[in-house]
Design a protein around this ligand. Sequence first.
Ligand code: CS2
Length: 496
Amino acid sequence: MSPMMRLSSQTLPQLPETIEKPGYDRTKVTIGIVHLGIGAFHRAHQAVFTDDVLARDLSWGICGVSLRSAETRDALAPQDGLYTLKVQDGQGAHLRVIGSVVETLVAPENPQAVLARMSDPATRIVSLTVTEKGYCHNPATGALDENHPDVLHDLENPAAPKSAVGFLVEALARRRAAGVPAFTLLSCDNLPSNGHVLKRVVTRFAEMRDPGLAAFVADVASPSTMIDRIVPATTDADRTAIAAALGVEDAWPVVTEPFRQWVVEDDFPLGRPAWEAAGVVFVADVSAFETMKLRLLNGSHSTLAYLGFLAGAETVAEAMALPGMEELIEGLMREEVSPTLPSLAGFDLPAYRQALIDRFRNPALRHRTWQIAMDGSQKLPQRLLGTIRDRIAAGASHDRLVLGVAAWMRYARGIDEAGKPIDVRDPLAARIAVATQQLNDPEKIVAAFLGFAEVFGEDLRADAPFRGRLVDTLSRLLSDGSAAVLQAWRDRGGSR
Ligand code: CS2
């Protein structure tokens, strides 16, 4: 049998009728958006909303940039940027080829090509999904980490940067020098007030380079956004099933759920695609949506990922099926998180919470607990610790939130319940291992974790009742194991 043909502009017309294809002439698309961090999430979210409306204005094609590895470019370039989006749940699947990504670049291979694209006057938006740690900030304070190795590198080598921050500031410097107006910055990462966080780190970095540049950067539009779609890493089984359906091979399709949401502050001085026609909601202030999503969805996700992983659940759906988990997550959201949320007029919070439970139970997605467990030190502040602060200030219970934090500690220490090493991926993993792996006393382990001020801030470190609760909870996790702790939760009728 001859090897299978590859998905590309050439093979696109041969795909089965049932596969949805770009409804515009791709040869006429030009680049208006540079996206930093072209991973699966971007390709299942912003690139899809853009694909939906590209026919209205072909000048909003996307140049996708990888800041680290060449993998995505190597997969997509031979496919002319085309890839398949598979949307699935318990009911079935829908396949669609997305055409909005028309160029892919690999920053470490050719930083000049990336800077040239970002400085091009046709580029009017630079968006980002670089994950929490890509902001080179202190997660507890939101300020630029001025000692971050990439920050130090990019200050030394402004014309050949490594970090997203370094690329943005150099591209803005070039635009300023050439008299080209600044692009709009569009952070699409799971950070509270992501536009503000981004603006703050780039402005500080520019200030460290040149105060005149800082004044220019301080004026750049940087709307905040709330983004939501669950996108697990693509597996080989996904590739095989998608190739069988297409009749051609796709080296890097993306698999996701039906739900998608994008709430954006409408501040785009150089224009933007007509995303509202694809269901994007434009608002003046996104913060209430963002807090709600980070605390309810992502706070639950992290909690169930740590507890689930420790109890042997490989995927989110498996974790949800552990006795006690659903009760825990439901109670966490309803009793402990919801009272801390800013009010959103007309918004049906109970329905939103129920939809989250259903989304977590989606049996068609193999979303690994290990994937969500990554980078906990960068995620916990906005997912769980801010909520805990609000509950402490209100004198209200927060036992389930504390369980999530204790489960992170139990996980991040790097030893599983059978005594085997865990492959912990976190910028602080090595420091956490050194500080905690030799310890067995829960009190000492908690003290070592609370020593990380960039996670807990000075206030939570010093909060004795909080520390006491963590010690109690971690003791139970260490002695009884995660499954038994969850079971005990259920036996108590979901509350303690
Ligand atoms: C997840 C998120 O990996 C994680 O930490 O919690 O990626 C989550 O799936 C998305 O935020 C959903 O919108």
